[in-house]
Design a protein around this ligand. Sequence first.
Ligand SMILES: [Zn+2]
Length: 299
Amino acid sequence: MKKDERGGVPVRLKCLQICTRAEEQPMSTRRDFLKEVGLGTTAFAVAGELPQAMPGRPSSSAEAAGGQPSSIMAIAAHPGDGFFAMGAPVALQAHGGAHAVFLSLTLGEKGSATIAPAQYGHLQREASERAAQMLKAQTEFLEYPDGELPASEEAKIAVCDLIRKHKPGVIVTHWRGSWHKDHRACYEIVNDAIFYAGLPALARKDPAHSVRELFFADNWEDATGFNPDTYLDITPVFEAWMQACNAFPMWRGETGFRYNDYYGSLAVERGCLSGYTKAVALMSPPEQRTRRLHKLSGG
Ligand SMILES: [Zn+2]
């Protein structure tokens, strides 16, 4: 995808609401600062007359919102991805009182060079449950084999069923521009699972559920073509999120990559770019970037 196809100005958010809305800017100094660094902000004029979400598809753009943080589900190929790359938005929504779920499609059991897969998978599961509890979130696991995650119809329906069970307003998952085959498979599974989840004619145990918004996470392994359009202020949950990630042995670099240093400093860098103390960057699917405006306000 060419860079200019993403277009638009990044949106800055204090939380992910059921219907996302850019926050009002409280200070002219902040607005001026952001203009100088070339980001600016977006203020939506939103109200009424909005079409219903298409069955099986996330709705596009912003709609009027009641201000409650949306329920959220992080869907990751491996437990570490869910907590390290997607965990801060989940922590933020849970902090605001929303239903929050971490779904891992594998246990990441082949991720250690020194611990046997069965034991390491157990450790990963335990760490996930401990970390989720710290963040007041729930966990789900599908336990497909690590490194062999199939982008199969069976997997898509299994994820569809969990989406219908938990009814998230927002889903965060992998961007497809990854060197890791499980991450690419997860991207495909989640996109099709959202489609299936929203189809009323697809009869499953739970009724259809339309996911409002989908975001791709800022993951060091999924960096090809990743261009964020949304910055989320995670300052209120930064410390709790870092502590939750610390439940994972690999967080501190045991498997060769210093996740703690990378994601901790990335939150600072994204914060610098967005005018928050700590932030994460998210990327929306192209159809979600369409905005509906009553007027062009210019400010
Ligand atoms: Zn991974």
